[in-house]
Design a protein around this ligand. Structure first.
Ligand code: EPZ
Length: 431
């Protein structure tokens, strides 16, 4: 299994181009199942999850072409299977997103139930409840969801919990339903708006994406489109935080500051000097100590759960006490046990971490447990005294494009120790 070795003590400064958003690219690629025509998606990040999605679509018979700039062209007119197998779903839970498009376009689907993962049980009951409300018959057999529907019917769906992929799955399904679907209590993430814009370019009739009520008037069929993936707001936040905790300064290009208000606000509150333009953000870390900031994660536009681990690290080296409350996932504090081994002073009380800032961390061997926790541990290694070895970094490669190379560009002392390939694809379910 690949490992990363990080050596601490250098301020991280420089300029980074942010990649396309993983959590926009995945549903965009999968939305190609809704049409027989060609879909061209550009600015796709080069990530393991993207490769997995290509494998998933390819084994269904979807034609795929990729160019050197990671623009992906899909052709679902050759689709010959509506099955998403366990072997692929267990490595990427977002595979559940094929369910809605397959039922809407082909009338049936067999999708392995995505198991839980490190950060929580990750149920998909809201996805299934919405599809059943639209007229889908669903049974469970051998760990698979088996879904059938003659023609989905538009209806009103109230989401009991705000779910990003739940909203995306049902929005995609509703584009080809007969009649109008209203999704109430919808998630409002920018990735959902990006998907809706692409679907509307394909001929869908979606209004309200980005608000808590999305209205979709079903159409008979969708055409093709060419769409550029929005920038990754979580990658951007992670690099801003890298400069902040290491005492550096950074400029990010190809970003959307308007997608990052909660994170930028908290960085300013912690003492950063932040400036923004239409597609850039610059951050200068404070001359004095970092101020601790209270964090409570919540659905967009609130503070993103995907930035929680990174801000636990910021508070770990801030001057004072703070609390971080994780309200979205039930087990997303595993990075804290590893940070403690590096000298962090953090007490856990249910979904609340109480953090007492320390003057420095000490390098240690640590283990990544989920995608965003991995980023936190790498940054911790880059500010700790001495060397830190981060194991199980296949988690990080799922969601950050060439993170070690990008960090090295801003001065990080980091190197990747390749493990044997066969061990690099873990059997453990991942987020
Ligand atoms: C998406 O996951 C993201 N993944 C996650 O990013 C992100 O952390 C999460 O949204 C929250 O923002 C993708 O977009 C591919 P949810 P998703 O459905 O859609 C519960 C990363 O790091 N729930 O919004 O799976 C669920 O258990 C990943 O890039 C149900 O109970 O998250 C959770 O507590 C990690 N039943 C809450 O809702 C359901 O049917 C929010 O989950 C669906 C969700």
């Amino acid at each position: 299994m690949d490992k990363l070795i990080a050596t601490g003590g250098k301020p991280l400064s420089g300029e980074i181009r942010i990649s396309g958003a993983k959590n926009a690219a995945l549903p965009l690629m999968i939305s190609s199942l809704l049409t027989r025509e060609t879909v061209m998606i550009s600015n796709v990040p080069h990530l393991n999850d993207i490769t997995t999605t290509m494998e998933l679509l390819g084994q269904m018979g979807v034609g795929l072409q990729v160019d050197e700039k990671m623009s992906i062209q899909t052709d679902a007119s050759t689709l010959n299977s509506a099955v998403a197998p366990y072997e692929l779903v267990k490595t990427m839970r977002a595979s559940i997103l094929v369910l809605g498009p397959l039922v809407a376009r082909y009338g049936h689907a067999e999708v392995s139930l995505p198991g839980g993962c490190a950060i929580g049980s990750r149920p998909v009951n809201l996805h299934l409840k919405g599809l059943e409300a639209m007229g889908t018959d669903i049974i469970f057999e051998g760990g698979y969801i088996k879904a059938r529907a003659k023609r989905l019917k538009g209806t009103r769906i109230f989401m009991d919990m705000i779910s990003v992929t739940g909203t995306e799955n049902l929005m995609m399904a509703a584009t080809l339903a007969k009649g109008t679907t209203v999704i109430e209590n919808a998630a409002k993430e920018p990735e959902i708006v990006d998907l809706a814009e692409s679907l509307n370019d394909m001929g869908a009739r979606i209004e309200g994406a980005g608000t808590d009520q999305i209205v979709i008037d079903g159409v008979e069929e969708l055409g093709g489109t060419a769409h550029r993936v929005i920038p990754d707001r979580i990658e951007a936040g992670t690099f801003l935080l890298a400069a902040m905790v290491s005492g550096g300064q950074i400029k990010l290009r190809d970003v959307r500051p308007q997608h990052m208000e909660a994170v930028l606000g908290k960085l300013s509150e912690a003492g950063a000097a932040v400036e923004t333009g239409e597609d850039w953000i610059s951050l200068k870390s404070p001359d004095g100590p970092i101020r601790p900031v209270g964090i409570r994660t919540s659905p967009y536009p609130g503070f993103p759960t995907d930035m929680q681990a990174q801000f636990v690290l910021l508070n770990t080296v801030a001057d004072g006490m703070s609390t971080v409350v994780e309200t979205v996932f039930e087990n997303r504090f595993m990075h804290i046990h590893e940070l403690r081994r590096m000298g962090a002073n953090i007490e856990l009380d249910g979904n609340t971490a109480v953090i007492q800032g320390v003057s420095r961390l000490n390098g240690a061997p640590v283990m990544a447990t989920d995608l965003r926790a991995s980023a936190c541990l790498i940054l911790a290694g880059l500010i700790a005294e001495g060397q830190t070895t981060i194991d199980r970094i296949y988690h990080i490669d799922r969601g950050y494009e060439c993170i070690d190379e990008k960090l090295a560009l801003i001065g990080a002392r980091i190197k990747r120790i390749p493990g044997a390939y066969f061990a690099s694809r873990s059997d453990e379910p991942v987020s």
